[in-house]
Structures are given as C-alpha cells and as structure tokens.
Design a binder for this molecule. Structure first.
Ligand code: AKB
Length: 337
C-alpha cells in the first residue's frame, strides 16, 4: 500500500524550511521533501528528504509509486534576478517542472478518486506596471489587474497560475468521463523576510539583506532607490497563509489565485526600521538601474481583500511586530550565537 504523504518541493529554500517546521508540528502525515540541496540536520530528522531534481521524471514516477500524495506544496523555483541571467533554465525549472508536478498530481487525483491539493506560491512578480506614474495611480493592485510581467520569473509564475487553473477546472474537458481533478490553490506573495534564512536570487532581497547585514555589523549598499515601494511580509505570516489556504473549505474559494500581504514600505522606510534596532547600521543607496527597473514594475501594495473575505486571511505581524518580535530577536540570536 502506498504511504500517505505531503510533498514539499524546493524544501531547502526560505519558505520550504519555514513550512517544514510548521507542518511537522501540526500533522501526523509523513512529510516528503524534494530539493537539489540537503536540508539542515535538525530538519532532516523531521522529514523524508529526497535530494534530486523536479525535472527528473524517473524520480517523480518512483515517488508516486511509493506515496499517496494528499497535498503538494510546489515551492521549487528560480527567483526573479537569477532567472534574468539564465532565462532558459528558469523556464525549464519554473514551467516544465511545474507542468510535470501538475501532471503527477492529476494522475494521483484520478487514481485515489480524491483531489490532490496543489498549493502554489506566486508573487508580486506576476504584475508589471508600465511606469512610476501608473504605479502611484494603482497603488493597491487587485488579482486581475496589470498582469503584464516584465521578468522571466514573473511570466513563468503567471503562466503556471493559468496551467494550475486549467488542470483543476478543464483538464480532459472533452473526455467521455471527466476524471477527478486536482485542487489548485495559489497565493501571490509580497517580498518575504525571514529571520532564519537569507534570500538569494530575488529582487526584493534588498529588504532582508539590509537587515541581515546590519545584524552582522556589515555595511550594505542597497541596489534600489530610497523612494521605491513594494509590499512585504514576515515569514511566519507567509507560512500561516499557506496553511490557511490549504485548510480553507473548497466552497469558500471563489477563485484559484489570491493576493496576500502584510505591510508596504519604501526602501528608505525599511532602512529606518533597521536603524531603529541597529543604530550603527551603515546602509547606503547605490541603485542598480536594471534591478531597479524590475522593482519599479512591481506594485507598491497589494489588495488582499478577496483572501480576507473568502477565507479569513489576516496577517499577525504588522511592521512593528515583525521587527520587534520576530526579526530582530531571532536575527540577533542567530549572529551573536
Ligand atoms: C523575487 O524577488 O524574485 C521574489 C519575489 C518578490 O517574487 N522574492
């Protein structure tokens, strides 16, 4: 008999590591993790880890022959800055990898006669505002507005949101008998900030980088202008939103894709928050025109009223609480031993 399991792809990444801890505390179901990298030793003890590539089809078939997957958190992706340097590789991982997993989830849903929940994080990169005036005019963007991404990563995310929706609503729509289809649920995240991991390859990384540098007493040159504004969220809220969306009753969900956010800050405001807790921090602004262009195309804030209305989403961490209760104490402990 196949063993019931929850699968997390990209488990060694920032969201993955935080999600493992939260899930391990809440579920008795086996947690299966997949990543090219190993996990930290304390996490290896809580899960069954497979070190491998989501593009390896043999590995995926072996997985489904051994496990009955109830829920898949498909987190594996190359982020926005990294994807611009290797767009073809990004397309392979972000799109082909997602397609393989959607096919796997579709087969499993049919075989078990019950939908597999497929939870997919997308992001503000799915939006693309044409200029700063439009960014100011449409400050709180809704899910269906300005879906014109200007990065490979944003294009990949937007397309995979549509692929997931297709697999959960229209897959094999012309077949004589419709199969049981997977249950696709997607969140569009703002820039995420973790106290325990440092991001790599993203373009919202300047926020967390400022903070982690300050805590280590290292100078930091921020690669965007002081006035640039995007939404952010502390990692515990990102995990909370993933778990809430997974648990939400299907009847409550009127759409497959939801914005979620916590607070919005300009880069200068972000620096001021860092300075409040690390007054010695040396943070300068040396904008990189190209990366700046990407952040300029992202919305200044997200309208997450659909998530609030339909499944009760509400962040726990305001900016004040994020810094004072989660980020600063944990980061200080991390770097000061
Ligand atoms: C990135 O910067 O690529 C991500 C994102 C906002 O999607 N953090």
């Amino acid at each position: 008999m196949r063993k019931k399991a929850i699968l997390i792809t990209g488990a060694a990444g920032e969201i993955g590591q935080a999600l493992i801890d939260a899930l391990a505390e809440r579920t008795a179901t086996a947690i299966l993790t997949l990543d090219l990298q190993m996990l930290p030793p304390e996490q290896m003890r809580r899960v069954t880890h497979i070190q491998g590539d989501i593009l390896d089809k043999t590995l995926l078939s072996r997985l489904v022959s051994e496990y009955e997957l109830e829920t898949i958190y498909h987190l594996a992706a190359l982020l926005s800055t990294r994807s611009e340097f290797t767009p073809e590789a990004a397309h392979r991982v972000n799109v082909e990898g997602t397609l393989s997993l959607l096919q796997l989830a579709a087969e499993q849903s049919e075989w078990r006669g019950q939908p597999v929940k497929f939870i997919f994080p997308s992001s503000i990169a799915a939006y693309g505002l044409p200029d700063l005036q439009t960014k100011m005019d449409y400050s709180r963007v809704r899910e269906w507005e300005w879906n014109y991404p200007r990065t490979m990563y944003g294009c990949n995310k937007l397309y995979c949101e549509q692929l997931g929706t297709y697999f959960s609503r229209y897959y094999r729509q012309l077949a004589a008998e419709r199969p049981v289809m997977l249950d696709f649920r997607c969140l569009r995240f703002p820039g995420l900030i973790s106290a325990f991991t440092v991001p790599s390859g993203g373009t919202s990384d300047y926020g967390p980088e400022m903070l982690h540098h300050a805590a280590q007493n290292k100078p930091y040159a921020c690669f965007v202008r002081e006035d640039v504004q995007i939404p952010f969220m502390a990692m515990p809220d990102a995990v909370k939103s993933l778990l809430m969306l997974t648990q939400a009753p299907a009847e409550a969900l009127k759409r497959p894709i939801y914005n979620v956010t916590a607070f919005s800050l300009t880069a200068a405001e972000f620096r001021n928050w860092v300075l409040r807790f690390f007054p010695q921090a040396q943070i300068t602004f040396v904008p990189d025109v190209k990366r700046q262009g990407i952040v300029d195309s992202w919305p200044a804030d997200l309208d997450d009223s659909a998530a609030r209305r339909e499944w009760g989403w509400e962040p726990d961490y305001t900016v004040e609480r994020s810094f004072a209760e989660y980020l600063v104490p944990n980061i200080q402990q991390r770097y000061q031993g």
